[in-house]
Design a protein around this ligand. Structure first.
Ligand code: PEP
Ligand code: MG
Length: 540
């Protein structure tokens, strides 16, 4: 048995086979072959396999996210039939007597460049697709992962690092837990693991030889056991069963109010990253959705999601919540959340860079597409819109005027909409200092304590070496929260927390005493938090 330690993202036990995942980014060098015929055959076999994979992905997407979202996989299948593309690959193999992977990678690059240079926006967007299908075929030729990251059996994934977009694309039913060498406890990948309620360990010295072996993540003791002894396995299974029993006990708190012994009530809502998380929200009896991180729709997409695609997703969430509040945060992309097709430039300080509302206010076409989709979904339930990364009054006023423009357009088009509540994230010190003025523009504030801690303490939340310094209990952060609550209330705004700190039970009493109106937490934290609230007595 081998034991490796790291930092736990979620207390919990995961037991299952380990699967070592390597990034598929490979540099293909030109290599000659004595048998172009054989390379042509290899290419054809890989092409057929890629078509099969895309067929499976299409069916999965169709079932999970509907026809519009699944269409991309059909487009990819068609591209793999395209004569120009296929001829180019075959010609490189034959004329240069080179390997199939080199020919596919080169053709992918050439076509992507050609598409990107075209005037037509639709054709430009195909650049990402042609790179994507070429990468898929190259991976097959190299015997790399099948492109879906996970196989048929549930596994504990072991990787050097996982990006938020890789994490969001995983089939949750196949993922028991994950172990990575890199990553920080405050990264979005970690947040996703908490939302999905998946035990995860970061900062672990991983080893390729673990592939296929039995593993156990012990989130309580911050370690992973590889090839555990029979005794240890039995202990861990027992512990996991106890956890399940605890969870079952918490189910008894469903439908009970979040009220202290002396009668103080607070809303407890859920944070979600995709429509697929709504089941967890209902299962854990959240009062509403306090943060829908809409950017994960963009990260789970190969291209800008259209108004129709987004509308379908928002409508589904809003309808499922059946009249309960759904706060949709507008696109908060940038920093660690990167989607290739945005073509964002490399930045020295991405956390301080071109992200979130800064992108939306400068690329209004993207912003309007999203706002129109949200407004259309508002006809089906109770929707609030929340703008992220605000630092000034002007940004809020600009965002509201784009929203008003969308409302006018939809009215003119005769498309129904509901009333939408408007709020902002308070996640920069500037917003805290401006809270009195900002409160007069909106109806609610939601404190993004993940970023607020990062910007207040000048500590990069992505840097694992700084985890020990990243202290959201720092008095400066707590005072910022209190200031925000007071300013919000002075002007009739309700104030909540949607950062990870909201679930920190060591601060639940403090938050209630501060006067917070809402805490929005990962679905699995709702019932434990309710239990904590119901045991508090603020009169003492
Ligand atoms: C936050 O910053 O606290 C927040 C909720 O937003 P995100 O973690 O997505 O940046
Ligand atoms: Mg944030």
């Amino acid at each position: 048995m081998q034991v490796a330690t790291g930092k736990s993202i979620l207390p919990g036990i995961a037991i299952g086979p380990l699967k070592v995942y390597h990034k598929t980014e490979v540099v293909i060098v030109e290599a000659s072959t004595s048998s172009p015929e054989k390379e042509l055959e290899r290419f054809e076999a890989a092409r057929v396999k890629a078509q099969e994979q895309l067929g499976v992905l299409y069916e999965k997407a169709l079932a999970e996210v509907g026809e519009d979202n699944a269409a991309i996989f059909e487009i990819h299948q068609m591209m793999l039939e395209d004569d120009d593309y296929l001829d180019a690959i075959k010609s490189i193999i034959e004329t240069q007597a080179t390997t199939a992977e080199y020919a596919v990678a080169t053709t992918g690059e050439n076509f992507a460049t050609a598409f990107a240079d075209m005037d037509d926006a639709y054709m430009q967007a195909r650049a990402v697709d042609v790179k994507d299908i070429s990468g898929r075929v190259v991976n097959i030729l190299l015997g790399q992962t099948d492109g879906s990251l996970l196989g048929d059996e549930p596994v504990i994934l072991v990787a050097d690092d996982l990006t938020p977009s890789e994490t969001v694309q995983m089939d949750k039913s196949k993922l028991l837990g994950f172990v990575t060498r890199k990553g920080s406890t405050n990264s979005h990948t970690a947040i996703l693991a908490r939302t999905m309620n998946i035990p995860a360990l970061i900062g672990v010295e991983i080893d390729d030889s673990w592939d296929g072996k039995m593993g156990v993540i012990d989130g309580y003791n911050h370690c992973v056991y590889v090839d555990p002894t029979a005794d240890l396995l039995a202990t861990m299974r027992k512990k996991r069963n106890e956890d399940l029993q605890q969870e079952a006990l918490l189910q008894g708190l469903k439908k009970k109010p979040n009220v202290t012994l002396d009668g103080h009530e607070i809303n407890v809502y859920a944070n979600i990253g995709s429509a697929a998380d709504v089941g967890l929200v209902l299962e854990n009896d959240a009062g509403g959705i306090g943060l829908f991180r809409s950017e994960f729709i963009y990260l789970d997409s190969k291209n800008y999601p259209t108004e129709e695609q987004q509308f379908t997703i928002y409508k589904r969430v809003v309808e499922t919540m059946a009249g309960k509040k759904v706060i949709i945060r507008t696109l908060d992309i940038g920093a660690d959340k990167q989607a290739d097709y945005f073509n964002l430039e490399h930045e020295e300080n991405p956390a301080l860079g071109y992200r979130a509302i800064r992108i939306c206010l400068t690329r209004r076409d993207i912003f309007k597409t999203q706002l129109r989709a949200i407004l259309r979904a508002s006809a089906y339930g109770k929707v609030s819109i929340m703008f992220p990364m605000i630092i000034s009054l002007r940004e809020v006023q600009d965002a509201k005027s784009v929203l008003a423009e969308c409302q006018r357009e939809l009215t003119a088009e005769g498309i129904p909409m509901g009333e939408v509540e408007i709020g902002i994230m308070i996640e920069t010190p500037a917003a805290v200092m401006m809270a009195d003025e900002l409160a007069q523009e909106v109806e609610f504030f939601s404190l993004g304590t993940n970023d607020l801690t990062q910007y207040t303490l000048a500590i990069d939340r992505q840097n694992p070496h700084l985890d020990a310094f990243y202290d959201p209990h720092h008095p400066a952060v707590l005072r910022m929260i209190q200031q925000t609550v007071d300013a919000g209330h002075r002007h009739g705004c309700w104030v909540g927390i949607c950062g990870e700190l909201g679930a920190d039970q060591a601060l639940t009493e403090t938050f209630l005493r501060m006067g917070l109106d809402e805490l929005s937490v990962s679905p699995s934290s709702i019932l434990p938090l309710r239990k904590r609230i119901r045991n508090l007595d603020l009169s003492k």
